[in-house]
Design a protein around this ligand. Structure first.
Ligand SMILES: CC(C)(COP(=O)(O)OP(=O)(O)OC[C@H]1O[C@@H](n2cnc3c(N)ncnc32)[C@H](O)[C@@H]1OP(=O)(O)O)[C@@H](O)C(=O)NCCC(=O)NCCS
Length: 141
């Protein structure tokens, strides 16, 4: 798998991949999420490709304190081949290179396979309660 920055021409494939991986939610708008990311650290929005077809994604960012991982996904037919491990290792190098000391991420309750991956990879479960507050509604009227 080759890893490179997302390019706009990948939009439809990436959205289809997120749908297939169950990452999309009605209150989020994948297209807007992509457009916003292209304005903030777009170099940390990565895709993994095989024959230039996107088979994995990660949307990372460093806020000056922590690195964050979102939209981390491997296409279902390519799972359990070590590709998530490869992609995570790559994004870690990129975050560390810009001084990021720690990665945080959130997993939806019930996403056991993701939790199994993060544990196997070396992430530790931390006792936190996650809060969120929406500033802009992305739901289309
Ligand atoms: C989580 C995800 C990215 C893992 O991708 P992957 O390419 O299959 O992971 P890897 O092959 O690199 O797995 C590395 C190790 O993690 C663990 N692991 C990964 N998936 C697992 C699963 N479904 N069940 C148990 N352990 C798992 C295993 O220890 C695995 O090593 P092994 O295959 O030698 O046993 C993938 O399952 C996925 O895209 N899920 C849907 C999207 C998602 O939920 N993303 C996370 C949002 S927080």
């Amino acid at each position: 798998m080759k890893i490179r920055a997302f390019e706009r021409r990948n939009t439809e494939t990436v959205i289809a991949l997120w749908l297939a991986c169950g990452l999309t939610r009605p209150w989020n708008n994948s297209r807007l999420d992509i457009e916003r990311k292209l304005t903030v650290q777009p170099e940390l929005f990565l895709v993994g490709t095989e024959d230039d077809v996107v088979i994995a994604t990660v949307m990372a960012g460093y806020d000056g304190h922590r690195g964050w991982i979102n939209y981390f996904a491997v296409s279902p037919e390519y799972q359990r081949k070590g590709l998530a491990k490869q992609l995570m290792a790559d994004v870690e190098v990129r975050l560390k290179a810009i001084g990021c000391p720690k990665i945080n991420l959130q997993v939806r309750v019930g996403n056991d396979s993701a939790m199994a991956f993060y544990r196997a990879y070396g992430f530790e479960e931390e006792e936190r309660v996650s809060f969120g507050k929406r500033l802009i509604s992305d739901v289309q009227p």
